[in-house]
Design a protein around this ligand. Structure first.
Ligand code: KG4
Ligand code: ZN
Length: 330
């Protein structure tokens, strides 16, 4: 069953085709990074307009890569939340019009669930439930126990900034531009692991909750010289990254052990982080599943993959489908 996945929740216009929920056929992502870079972050109104311009060219390119026409598709899928309302609307309305005109079912997909399903794309080993899922992106940091397809129990989340948001803000403090995650990753990698700057791990009330805003403020004070001589940027990037990675990995491992998880799944844009990938793999006693970096950040293939299982469970959207910018998982 070939599904076309459509993703426009933030600043990537992305389409993908996946067969049977696992086999990747095509994946095209048109990023708006350059458009937003001069503003230091995503400008919602500009994002929506760019999506409108990009949907048809990106669809055409995706079908070219898939080697089929619209008649080669069995269903469509679209992200309806969470994300920026105006950006989501472009994808949802485009998907509804396309589904109606082709007479195909449209499957509504939660963006966060989509991230999870990137883990098993073109991966011979399917899910080993219960899976402990760590979703870390620009908008979310969630620890979720996945007991089966579509069965999620959220065990923890960030109480303030998301992990990716913290990376982006610290990158700005260090003058590294936008998006900051990859830049901090590169700068820290050049520095190596040992750093003389020690940054705190936040203590949070919930056992599996996170907090990153205090850490960001600490970096801000160090950068401004309020706490004595400012350490060099690479040193700060490495120490910040080490603190975030340590918090994420420690809590994910504890949640996995307590819930008898048979694997740990690391997904979302921050899952592209080299230190996070390496540290989790090093410290975990159960297999760790992480998509290749290109499938960690937003893409349409993950939406198509997830949709296969949602469709099997009978989930088809009515034409009245609306966006849900605040949608959660679990
Ligand atoms: O999942 P995603 O593409 O979009 C959202 O759903 O938010 O995640 C984007 C986030 C950004 O904050 C970006 O800085 C971060 O993922 N990111 C990284 C890396 N690559 C992307 N963070 C740390 N290290 C990276 N290599
Ligand atoms: Zn995302």
């Amino acid at each position: 069953m070939r599904i076309l996945g459509i993703e426009t929740s933030c600043d990537e216009t992305a389409f993908g085709v996946v067969d049977g929920g696992r086999r990747l056929i095509a994946n095209i992502v048109s990023s708006q990074v350059e458009l937003h870079a001069e503003y230091g972050g995503v400008v919602p109104e500009l994002a929506s307009r760019k999506h409108v311009e990009a949907v048809i060219p990106v669809l055409d390119e995706t079908l070219r890569q898939a080697g089929c026409g619209l008649d080669g598709l069995d269903a469509l899928a679209v992200t309806y939340g969470p994300g920026l309302a105006g950006a989501l609307l472009v994808g949802v309305n485009f998907a509804k019009a396309l589904a109606w005109s082709l007479g195909l079912p449209l499957v509504p997909v939660n963006h966060l669930e989509g991230h999870v399903y990137a883990a098993w794309l073109d991966n011979e080993e399917g899910p080993r439930f219960p899976s402990l899922v760590l979703i870390v992106s620009g908008g979310h940091s969630d620890i979720v126990l996945m007991e089966g397809h579509g069965r999620y129990q959220r065990l923890g989340q960030t109480v303030d900034d998301a992990a990716g948001e913290a990376f982006d803000k610290v990158a700005r403090l260090l003058g590294l531009g936008f998006p900051g995650g990859p830049a901090v990753d590169r700068l820290a990698a050049g520095h190596g692991r040992a750093t003389s700057v020690k940054l705190p791990r936040a203590r949070v009330y919930g056992e599996y909750d996170f907090s990153f805003s205090g850490l960001k403020s600490k970096v801000q004070r160090l950068v401004s010289g309020e706490e004595g001589e400012t350490p060099e940027a690479a040193e700060l990037a490495a120490a910040f990254q080490e603190s975030v990675v340590d918090s994420l990995v420690t809590k994910a491992l504890a949640a996995a052990a307590e819930n008898g998880a048979r694997e740990i799944v690391l997904v979302g844009g921050v899952a592209a982080n080299s230190a996070l990938r390496a540290t989790l793999a090093e410290r975990s006693h159960v297999p760790v599943v992480v998509p290749p970096p290109a499938l960690c950040t937003d893409n349409g293939a993950m939406i198509a993959a997830c949709a296969y299982y949602r469709f099997e469970a009978g989930n088809v959207a009515p034409l009245s489908l609306d966006v849900e910018p605040g949608l959660k998982i679990g």
